[in-house]
Design a protein. Structure first.
Length: 388
């Protein structure tokens, strides 16, 4: 969850809307004060002051929740909570026991706006103040127990939810960091492999070329043998380099999912991604093919779709031919994929990759957007042939 979480300030209009709706749901418990103003038999002046006090309480409560986060001073938050508690006490003492419910909101605001080290004191403090006023306000004893439990449980529940959100954000950041470190480690591996492979091979080619040049005038047969050795060394170097680059370019679903989340978020597209990258035991060829499919699909969504939402699903299905992994990428945009380019690029190249892995590709308009589905066998051809 991003900036719109509990204890954090919304960062965009969508997060503001979600947080307003989520917070407004709990305002339904203000029905007791509202009913008291409508049917409590108060004088007109008292009703006007009561409505004004209730409106001020709601506005102050909402501002407290929405202004919390991003380095707000703890003293300022404590001051705001004190004002909220004082207003609740004043309304309860002047208007009656129905207004004691405001302390439940004070407790919840404490749990949502303060760190746990302070909330564990302010929540019981608000509950104690609620109990003390219930003993003073006429009829307050009858509702004291019914309000103390929600005040305590609601406040501490908010602290738990807030810590859970922070832990989730930290885990996502850690996952992205691990993906970046893995990519850096792979670059270092390639640099080491190329240095070891090409350093020796090119040195040998240089020496044999110089030797062949010296032998060529007087010993053409020996020079021809040196040239043949040069050809053999260069061919082997080419094979080694291809293997090293192939290992470097083989993507992993975990890395591609992390990259997809970064790309979609940067394009202001809401991303819904699977929690797990792939089931255990999937062959590298199939995983690499799905990773290429995910990269191509997300690239098309970011560049061409104009979408606001992208859903990525990874499922394992059982078929008569064996287990199949299915990756689907669906967006709600108006555009389609980019035109296929040279082989190896676009959907044409992607289809070829999947066919080499024994899979297939489907890409077409779907509902109100575009959908790409890539399927590959969960086991390699060798494993299937051996009955593994």
């Amino acid at each position: 969850m991003s900036g719109g979480g509990i204890g954090q300030r919304p960062e965009n209009r969508r997060q503001q809307t979600v947080k307003v709706m989520w917070t407004a749901v709990w305002l339904v418990f203000l029905s007791a004060p509202v009913n008291d103003l409508l049917h409590g038999g108060h004088a007109a002046t008292v009703q006007v002051l009561g409505w004004a006090g209730l409106a001020a309480f709601v506005v102050w409560y909402m501002l407290l929740l929405f202004r919390t986060g991003r380095g707000d001073r703890t003293n300022a938050v404590l001051g705001a909570l004190a004002v909220l508690a004082a207003e609740s006490a004043l309304l309860a003492l002047t208007l009656g026991r129905e207004w004691l419910v405001l302390f439940v909101y004070v407790s919840i605001a404490s749990g949502a706006a303060l760190p746990l080290r302070l909330a564990r004191w302010t929540i019981p403090g608000a509950s104690l103040l609620l109990g003390a006023l219930a003993l003073v306000v006429p009829g307050g004893r009858a509702v004291m127990a019914a309000l103390l439990v929600p005040a305590l449980l609601g406040g501490f529940a908010m602290t738990g939810v807030r810590e859970l959100i922070r832990t989730t954000v930290a885990l996502r950041e850690a996952r992205a960091t691990v993906a970046r470190l893995a990519a850096n480690e792979e670059r270092l591996r390639l640099a080491r492999d190329l240095h070891d492979l090409l350093g020796h091979s090119l040195s040998l080619i240089t020496l044999k070329s110089e030797l062949a040049g010296r032998m060529l005038p007087d010993h053409p047969d020996k020079a021809a043998r040196q040239v043949a050795d040069i050809e053999q060394v260069s061919r082997q170097a080419l094979v080694d380099v291809r293997e090293a680059v192939s290992g470097y370019r083989r993507p992993r679903l975990a890395e591609e999912l992390a990259g997809a989340e970064v790309a979609l978020t940067a394009a202001r597209i809401v991303a819904e991604l699977p929690a797990e990258p792939a089931p255990n035991g999937v062959c590298e060829e199939s995983e690499a093919a799905l990773a290429w499919a995910l990269r191509e699909a997300v690239t098309n969504v970011v560049r061409h779709s104009g979408a606001r939402r992208c859903v990525v699903e990874l499922l394992e299905r059982r078929t008569p031919a064996g287990a199949v992994l299915e990756l689907s990428v669906e967006d709600d945009g108006s555009g389609g994929p980019a035109p296929a380019g040279a082989p190896g690029n676009g959907l044409t190249g992607l289809a070829e990759r999947l066919e080499k892995a024994g899979g297939a590709l489907e890409a077409n308009r779907f509902r109100h957007g575009f959908r790409l589905v890539a399927r590959v066998p969960a086991a390699s051809a060798a494993d299937i042939g051996s009955g593994a």
